[in-house]
Design a protein around this ligand. Structure first.
Ligand code: 4AD
Ligand code: MG
Length: 467
């Protein structure tokens, strides 16, 4: 006998006899002649209503055990529910089998304790709640939307290394990756100077977990044209905020023959498209967030899909922000790296729609961003959205060998380590550009969830790496 999912059964809405469903009991109530249980199998937000009637079978031994969280297999007939019922179909049980009991005194997922803070302490069980299951289904749908967008637009999905010797962002926020046993200091190989000898590491050198696949992505774009990566990235920054994780997923398209304008246009089209996909395909899961998490969610999403994004140069942004300095913790003047409070002011209060901020000061920029003719700003851009601030960071890349070499020398970046990166500028260099979208921040945008710890199954943040 096949075991269809609740989703399949409810979508088809066909009467069926003798089918088996498997899942977990959400609630159960008894009346004189019937018992009703709601079963959820994770396939969708909806529960299947199950009706136990003594004329269909003897359920006296099972019913007392059908408590919240119990796993079951129920066999019965799927019939049309009476008018006014929550679902069109309901299952009339003939047989019920319990896989695993669930002690209501001990099961941590109870109606009474549902704060996000508490649920983080039981992250292995929180997917059993409606909210976290919906979040995880939307993560899956968002991933699909991203792949679909790029496939439809002629991009190739490439895989860049997770272990790397390069520091893309040059911010020194990298986790070391080593085969040496750091737990046994006395046994570590040492150089003459007494430092750890990484030439004895598996890789023969010091390596790290990647902060971004961009640099390797550039090498692939300069062969395939348009590529994207979608993978985990790691940052050892001690940022204990609502929007920073030490491990997060990033989507990084990189395009040969693109300049900054094309890069900004792609970022806007991409974010609109994947948000539109979510609006179209996440129905009842999205409703849950719009009802219980952020009542302004639908407005925010339509704001993202329907508006033309404001394009604002950094210099113009500073002109707008300076008169507002009284409200900011960090005062703005030309040259300051804008913080989340400034970003949010621009997108939430001032323009009230997404903003693409471009041409930032070169001092606050990564080494690879293309220098503008003013010698003060670079062709970098950030896409800012309400509630989150920076969702995307990207740039046109410096494709002139001499300018890049000088920049690297100024920043004391070794031309030997990055010889391969410079080769892209030596052999058939072309203008190219790309950006990185933080997948968890996109999840915050589409769910209305306000803390990044709650848009991923197992967050890695300062002081926390459970599971
Ligand atoms: O702005 P970032 O640092 O840009 C890069 O890494 C470029 N190499 C991307 C590129 O051009 N290919 O990071 C890109 C995005 C940010 O806009 C943000 O959404 C997200 O990644 N991000 C984080 N998300 C969660 N936690 C963190 N600690 C993040 N740091 C960046
Ligand atoms: Mg950035």
């Amino acid at each position: 006998m096949s075991t269809p999912t609740v989703k399949e059964l409810l979508v088809k809405s066909e009467t069926r006899t003798d089918i088996m469903v498997k899942g977990w009991i959400k609630t159960k109530r008894d009346s004189k002649t019937f018992s009703f249980a709601e079963l959820n199998d994770g396939s969708c937000r909806e529960n299947l209503q199950i009706i136990f009637e003594s004329r269909n079978g003897d359920f006296s031994a099972v019913l007392p055990r059908l408590l919240t969280g119990v796993s079951v297999a129920i066999t019965g007939d799927l019939l049309e529910a009476p008018a006014g019922a929550k679902q069109k179909m309901e299952l009339h049980a003939k047989k019920a089998e319990i896989y695993g009991d669930c002690d209501p005194e001990k099961f941590p997922i109870q109606k009474k304790q549902t704060s996000d803070e508490f649920l983080r302490t039981v992250a292995h069980l929180r997917p059993r709640t409606n909210k976290y299951a919906a979040m995880l289904r939307m993560r899956s749908e968002l991933s699909f939307a991203i792949h679909k967008y790029f496939k439809d637009n002629g991009f190739f999905y490439v895989h860049t290394p997770i272990i790397t010797g390069s520091d893309c962002e040059g911010a020194g926020q990298m986790f070391s990756a080593t085969s040496l046993d750091l737990g046994n200091l006395a046994a570590l190989p040492r150089t003459d100077k007494g430092e750890i000898d990484f030439s004895k590491d598996l890789f023969g050198k010091k390596t790290y977990l990647t902060v971004s696949g961009q640099l390797e992505g550039e090498t692939l774009a300069l062969a395939l044209g348009k590529i994207y990566t979608f993978g985990p990235t790691f940052r050892a920054e001690n940022s204990n905020t609502y929007r920073h994780c030490a491990e997060f997923w990033m989507v990084e398209p990189e395009m040969a023959f693109y300049e900054l304008d094309g890069d900004m246009a792609l970022a806007e089209d991409f974010v609109k498209s994947i948000t539109g996909h979510i609006l179209k395909h996440c129905g009842t899961d999205l409703d849950l967030f719009a009802k219980f998490v952020d009542t302004g969610l639908m407005d925010t999403l339509r704001n993202v899909t329907d508006n033309k994004y404001e394009r604002l140069s950094y210099t113009d942004a500073v002109k707008l922000l300076e008169p507002e300095n009284a409200r900011f913790e960090t005062k703005v003047n030309w040259g300051v790296d804008l913080a989340s409070e400034h970003e949010r002011f621009l997108t939430e209060n001032y323009f009230k729609k997404p903003v693409i901020l471009y041409n930032k000061p070169k001092n606050a920029a990564a080494f690879y961003m293309k220098l503008n003719d003013d010698d003060k700003t670079v062709r970098g851009m950030d896409l800012l959205v309400p509630r989150i601030g920076e969702l995307i960071g990207g740039s046109e890349r410096e494709n002139r060998l001499d300018v890049l070499e000088k920049k690297m020398a100024d920043m004391k970046i070794s031309p030997e380590t990055y010889g391969w990166y410079l080769d892209l500028r030596r052999y058939g260099s072309v203008p190219h550009a790309g950006f990185g979208l933080g997948f968890e921040r996109m999840m915050m945008l589409i769910t209305g969830i306000s803390n990044i710890r709650d848009v991923t199954a197992y967050p890695r943040v300062p002081g926390y790496a459970e599971f």
